[in-house]
Design a protein around this ligand. Sequence first.
Ligand code: ITT
Length: 202
Amino acid sequence: MAKKHTTMQNNLPILIFATNNQHKVAEIQSVAGGYFNIITLKAAGIDIDIPEPYDTLEANATEKSSIIFKMTGQNVFSEDTGLEVPALNGEPGVKSARYAGEGRDFQANIDKLLLNLEGKPNRGAQFRTIVSLILDGKEYLFEGICKGKITEDQKGLQGFGYDPIFIPAGSDKTFAEMTMDEKNSFSHRKKAISGLIAFLGK
Ligand code: ITT
């Protein structure tokens, strides 16, 4: 592991996490321990609304990490995630945060998705996460996919976003009915971050 990215305290790499989503921070903190140290944007003293202007998860993830790298010159990662529903031609996909409008309202997004899926026999879906890591000025991408299905009704209070209506394959509970550790045992985000962790360990 490259020493120049390490802290004095625990000898682990330090990465700024370019996100304003505190749920993502909590989920990644819970799997990063022992592998790397996360500096949040808040802890780095950065208060900006990071844009997501592109039509792919990859381009948006790159945009988020690049902006923070340009501001700080430090090692940084970001991630962009979408819920992809084949019966809706892949929507909400890259538009997941703003599916029901610029308000980025989780409940309004869920309501719109359930309405659009009404009467459709195929309720299959997948979450896809792209992590963009900029290490020493070079970018690396990692992908994580979690396949599953959309429920008829929402269930559970944990998590965020579309968690109350998504059941991962191999479970009978929605993500919102799971503890964070249970969600991590299936999740797109955990899989993508595992790629980053394996890369850092090389
Ligand atoms: P940053 O860009 O600041 O990282 P964001 O919330 O805008 O945060 P994304 O564009 O990646 O992040 O996420 C799009 C939306 O997809 C997000 O707002 C949620 O509604 C949903 N989403 C992402 N990950 C999810 C997860 O693990 N479970 C449920 N919904 C999720």
